[in-house]
Write a protein that binds this ligand. Structure first.
Ligand SMILES: [Mg+2]
Length: 258
């Protein structure tokens, strides 16, 4: 898809919003903004990769793997599958935390639960201290914060999400931080969004959710009757057939919308 298709998509989104049953019309008179944290504001991918690279060297995992890239690609694939299972409630957080590090080792014939545990522990300590933000995230927060109360709505773990906000010094932008463990529901379950609405004393119609995951953020917000901005840096033709109120490839496009 080229730039012009993308531009037309934005126009189409605005038309859809204008023709929708939303009482707010184009651009909406949104009063509350919900944001996903990982890979929407905080560059999870970059931060995870740099943390694991450091641990890879620290633990001399080059004894087992051809390269860090080999290790990382095995890890990343399994990690994604595990988060999917966790999101569906099929595995526990404890299983996810260990399995994502024991799996890459097992793949190269190393059965060492102790090493996997150590890596997992070091990773959880290191990761939240990393400070890479998604491009234009800081600018977006600067733009939104004076205009709307901002609320993080995230499935991430309590003990790491707050530390990420602190490390990046962005916690002051947010009125509320809603995490699945506290809300007792995981996105896309609408109950986590309803919990966030309650905290803000907001209605769904005056709220908009910004997130990178179609499954968790977009379907989830829609389940709760909340408009959505799908942040999708690699938007493609297939994505075009998926429905969201708005779609952007970069966060700096959001001020065009509201
Ligand atoms: Mg995300």
């Amino acid at each position: 898809m080229d730039y012009f298709d993308h531009y037309f998509k934005i126009v189409k989104n605005l038309e859809n919003a204008a023709n929708s049953n939303s009482p707010l019309g184009v651009g909406g008179n949104y009063k509350y903004v919900f944001l996903d944290l990982d890979d929407t504001i905080w560059d999870f991918h970059a931060n995870a990769k740099s943390s694991l690279r450091e641990i890879y060297e620290l633990r001399q995992l080059n004894h087992y793997f051809d390269s860090f890239d080999q290790y990382f690609s095995i890890y990343a694939k399994r990690n994604l599958e595990l988060w999917d299972l966790y999101g569906k409630g099929e595995i526990t957080k404890e299983y996810l935390s260990l399995e994502r590090f024991s799996h890459p080792l097992a793949k190269v014939g190393v059965q060492d639960a102790d090493l996997a545990l150590k890596i997992g522990k070091e990773y959880l300590e290191m990761l939240p201290t990393r400070t890479a933000l998604v491009p234009y995230a800081k600018e977006l927060l600067e733009y939104l914060a004076p205009k709307y109360p901002l609320t993080i709505v995230s499935n991430g773990f309590v003990e790491v999400q707050y530390r990420k906000l602190k490390s990046c010094q962005i916690e002051h932008y947010f009125s509320h931080v809603v995490l699945s463990e506290e809300a007792k529901a995981l996105k896309p379950d609408k109950r986590i969004f309803e919990y966030a609405l309650q905290l803000n004393n907001a209605s769904a119609a005056e709220t908009i959710m910004i997130g990178d995951s179609y499954e968790a953020d977009i379907i989830g917000a829609r389940n709760a009757g909340i408009d959505q901005v799908w942040f999708n840096p690699t938007v493609n033709e297939i994505d075009h057939n998926l429905v969201s109120s708005f779609i952007v490839r970069q966060l700096n496009e959001i001020p065009e919308i509201f």
